[in-house]
Design a protein around this ligand. Structure first.
Ligand code: SF4
Ligand code: SF4
Length: 67
């Protein structure tokens, strides 16, 4: 099953990945990273189709997609 994993320390809270995901898998969590950014987490993990759009749009290379 496909899975998107965000590397918390790289996330800069731009929300590009949240907006681009066709399955609404990603959202901001409650926690912040060491730079003070609220980072993205996978909230609907089972819905991920491995399209990689989130990883491609992320300017920080903070997302790895496994499929
Ligand atoms: S790989 Fe596609 S479906 Fe999965 S989280 Fe990223 S944008 Fe969403
Ligand atoms: S696109 Fe990358 S940097 Fe922007 S919110 Fe998503 S994971 Fe964070």
């Amino acid at each position: 099953m496909a899975k998107a994993e965000v590397i918390p320390e790289r996330c800069s809270s731009c929300a590009f990945c949240i907006d681009v995901c066709p399955k609404k898998v990603l959202a901001f969590g409650e926690a912040v990273n060491s730079k003070g950014y609220k980072y993205v987490v996978s909230v609907n993990e089972d819905d991920c189709i491995g399209c990689m759009m989130c990883a491609q749009i992320c300017p920080m290379a903070a997302i790895d997609v496994y499929r």
